[in-house]
Design a protein around this ligand. Structure first.
Ligand code: ATP
Length: 793
């Protein structure tokens, strides 16, 4: 049940806190006053909890320590990005001085940066691909040699141990890097990029160090024989490349190239990151259109035509560069026949009849169910890891254990399943005879003694009858479990390939069953393997538009689009019935305040006055340095409304203050750091020699307040905030509804929204976390709304 009592009670709540708020902006407030006020804020919060408990939607939760692994928390550690432009005097002055030529110059620079992003992303993909291919070739060649020798001596445990050991050593290296050097490089990186594009700052996610660990990590994960892929990490890599190039500086190397400083703003960086993510998809799958659609479907909260063009340009450059480099590497320079890392081989157009559509739907439903199961198992494992496997050394041990388990599964299948095929019918790089007769090879060994990507190709292209149903069934169970165990380990690897592989295997198995039931029909196994692969992946990630286009572009067959669309849509619907997509599950587990596409339904009767925080910590247009310093030390908030000074002493304790603007913590810190204050409060800002570059120089990592050196005498100086604050921040009246707040935040990428009363006085403050707290849940056809808790970690 939702509160429908209307916004009227805001006046009561507001008047209760008037004196507190007034005191907060008091210039003479001492530390003890602040401590007292802070306590009163906390008390106010807990009172509100009780007050609103009866309304169905509770208003406020104090920050709490919560059981790790809970899905109902928002973590306080995530800050928001600020996609709103601060139109202060400095910016206007800069625009006035530079004029139109600068706009043209900036636009040319933008296209040039996108060009570089496409080229560099493709080159990174090229290096990763070549390393994986070459190292895997050496590894599997040696293993094959060892099996061929020791099978005759009946000492197969030697190649087995060699396999386990090589897997463990390689994965150990990658896992140590991820666990100890850069933990944020773990996994595919897609959830983190999605959060970034949504407006949440995930610490260290777009740093060069992360990119290096990611690139080395993904090579070790795939060569180490884990059930993971290189495609997801490529998307993350593209984003890091974009963030790095567009900013013209590197925090990791502490180097500022002093270029592109006009792109040092959150919204500019976000646009480049979304183009980088798209370039990553494009390089990974050879899918330029799929890349653009991926950024649109999965990530960016802001989109327009200009961004579409630039992103498309980046994806095309990326595909072209990678194609060129790979073609040259494979000895066909200029042929351009290697468009992406994932090459599923050229598929023939498969004819399909109208009556086959229900079969594709069935495949979609199976994919949805299996995908939901995969997500559920992975979720349980993730919770277990958060609770019991959080120490870095334990995470390394777990990764090594999975590496050993992967080799063991493969070995047992080769050893125990009697699946022999005549040589020469299908292209197999390392045909192992093992216990087969002369002129035959072990089909399971052929699948395991190659990279997962090559195995997907085998399942898609090998002729019918290449695999026995039992072998396929055992493979499906093993690989399904291995891949769900692998995703979330402390290694850099994605889930696209393992799921395509599992899906292609069960697609093939179903094709055999169909053939068995309808013997007259000649079945095309490639068709069902491809549809199965799409269904399984769709059931896990719940992407539809972009995944359809990616699969079409990867297989080079537009005429196969309809079966894939039907399958993916049904897989998504079926999967959504049980749980969320895997990326959303991990985002929720991390407690990220992500804003979905739509506001929670039936919340038009939840008002801003219930959502907002109050009393609000504000600053006056001209403040003393001591007061600003004390406030920044006391509270960790990142935004402060700037208000008019009270007209009289009496007014200070009885009324709210009129809103004049909004200033960020980072701006205040830069002002204090550069000592932009004076003993005389009346100094005009134009006398101070400052411009926007003062702020851009520090972006995006500003010093903390404790790092500033401020002398005691400086505290009595005055700081005029007017030239630096945003003089026209977005505001909403206290009677605005939650959906209205949500839409403003989501569409404009806001970070802070002051709530005002009828005469433009600040009565509350709303941030992303206040809104993200309201979440819709769906479970097996039921629906409701819950209010999340705010955790202190
Ligand atoms: P962010 O972390 O998103 O960058 P922030 O640090 O300013 O922004 P949050 O951490 O989101 O703010 O805020 C936590 C809580 O503090 C929210 O409930 C928010 O409404 C409240 N809050 C934020 N700024 C102020 C302020 N100036 N005065 C009072 N409460 C505030």
């Amino acid at each position: 049940m939702i509160n429908d009592s209307g916004p009227t009670h805001v006046e009561e709540t507001v008047s209760e806190t008037t004196s507190d708020t007034a005191q907060l902006i008091s210039n003479e407030a001492s530390s003890s006053n602040y401590a007292q006020l802070n306590r009163s804020v906390t008390l106010q919060n807990s009172d509100d909890d009780e007050l609103n408990g009866s309304h169905g939607v509770r208003r406020r939760h104090p920050v709490q320590k919560i059981e790790p692994g809970s899905m109902n928390i928002l973590s306080a550690k995530y800050e928001s990005l600020d996609y709103d432009t601060c139109e202060n005097h400095l910016l206007l002055d800069e625009e006035r001085k530079r004029g139109y030529p600068f706009i043209v110059w900036k636009d040319i620079a933008r296209w040039f940066v996108i060009l570089q992003i496409g080229v560099v992303t493709a080159l990174i993909a090229f290096i990763i691909d070549i390393c994986i291919e070459e190292f895997s070739r050496i590894k599997y060649k040696q293993l094959k040699k060892s099996v061929d020798i020791y099978v005759l001596e009946d000492k197969l445990y030697i190649p087995y141990l060699l396999w386990v050991l090589s897997n463990i050593c390689i994965v150990f290296f990658g896992s140590v890097l991820v666990s100890y050097v850069e933990p944020v490089a773990a996994g595919s990186g897609i959830p983190q990029v999605k959060c970034y594009l949504n407006g949440v700052k995930v610490p260290r996610v777009v740093r060069i160090k992360t990119l290096v660990v990611k690139a080395v990590g993904v090579i070790t994960a795939v060569v180490g024989g884990l059930a993971g892929g290189k495609e997801g990490p490529m998307i993350h890599s593209g984003s890091v490349v974009a963030a790095g190039i567009s900013q013209g500086k590197s925090t990791t190397f502490n180097k500022d190239f002093k270029i592109f400083h006009y792109f040092r703003e959150d919204h500019e960086k976000r646009d480049f990151v979304s183009a980088g993510a798209a370039a990553g998809v494009s390089a990974a799958f050879g899918a330029p259109i799929g890349g653009v659609l991926f950024s649109l479907e999965e990530g960016t909260s802001f989109w327009n035509q200009a961004l579409t063009w630039r992103t498309f340009f980046g994806t095309v450059v990326s595909t072209f560069t990678l194609n060129f480099a790979l073609s040259a590497y494979h000895g066909h320079p200029g042929e351009l026949s290697y468009p992406g890392l994932l090459n599923l081989g050229k598929m023939e157009p498969f004819p399909f009849q109208f009556y086959e559509l229900p079969v594709f739907m069935l495949f979609g439903a199976v994919g949805g169910i299996l995908g939901a199961l995969w997500n559920y198992i992975n979720y349980r494992l993730a919770v277990f890891r958060i609770r019991y496997v959080s120490a870095p050394w334990l995470r390394v041990v777990e990764a090594c254990l999975v590496a050993a388990a992967s080799a063991t599964c493969g070995f047992l299948m080769m050893f125990l399943l009697d699946d022999c095929r005549p040589l020469g019918e299908d292209p197999t790089k390392n045909p192992l005879q093992l216990f087969c007769a002369d002129g035959e090879y072990n089909a399971m060994a052929a699948i395991w003694f190659q990279t997962p990507e090559e195995s997907v190709r085998s399942f898609l292209h090998d002729p019918i009858g290449s695999y026995k149903p039992w072998s396929l069934l055992v493979f499906i169970i093993c690989y399904f479990l291995l891949s769900t165990w692998t995703f979330g380990l402390a290694v850099s690897s994605g889930l696209f390939i393992p799921n395509l592989l599992t899906g292609a295997a069960w697609g093939r198995l179903l094709a055999i069953l169909i053939q068995y039931m309808l013997p007259s029909n000649s079945i095309n196994p490639a068709k069902y393997a491809l549809v199965g692969a799409a269904a399984q992946l769709g059931g896990v990630v719940r992407m539809t538009i972009s995944l359809t286009v990616i699969i079409i572009e990867t297989t080079g067959q537009i005429s196969n689009a309809l079966p894939i669309i039907v399958t993916l849509v049904v897989a998504k619907w079926t999967g959504d019935f049980f749980n969320e997509g895997i990326y959303d599950i991990h985002i929720q587990l991390a407690g990220v305040p992500l804003l979905g596409w739509e506001p929670p339904p039936l919340t038009h009767t939840v008002y801003a006055s219930e959502v907002m925080s109050h009393p609000v910590f504000t600053l006056r247009t001209v403040e003393s340095v001591g007061h600003v310093l004390e406030l920044l030390r006391l509270v960790s908030y990142n935004g402060f409304p700037v208000v008019d000074p009270p007209l009289s002493d009496h007014a200070e304790v009885t009324t709210y203050k009129r809103l004049r603007g909004l200033i960020l913590r980072s701006q205040l810190i830069v002002l204090l750091q550069n000592k932009i204050y004076n003993e005389n409060a009346n100094t005009t800002w134009s006398n101070l020699n400052v411009d926007m570059n003062m702020f851009r120089k520090e972006y995006p990592r500003y010093p903390s307040i404790d790092e500033l050196q401020i002398e005691e005498w400086e505290k009595s100086c005055s700081i005029d905030l007017r030239p630096f604050m945003n003089p026209s921040p977005y505001t909403l009246p206290h009677r605005a509804s939650l959906p209205r707040l949500f839409k403003l935040f989501r569409a404009l990428g806001l970070r802070h929204l002051p709530i005002v009363n009828d005469v433009n006085e600040v009565v509350g403050m709303v941030t992303r976390k206040d809104i993200a707290r309201y979440r819709v849940w769906r479970h097996r056809g039921h629906m409701g709304m819950e209010e999340l808790l705010l955790s202190s970690e």
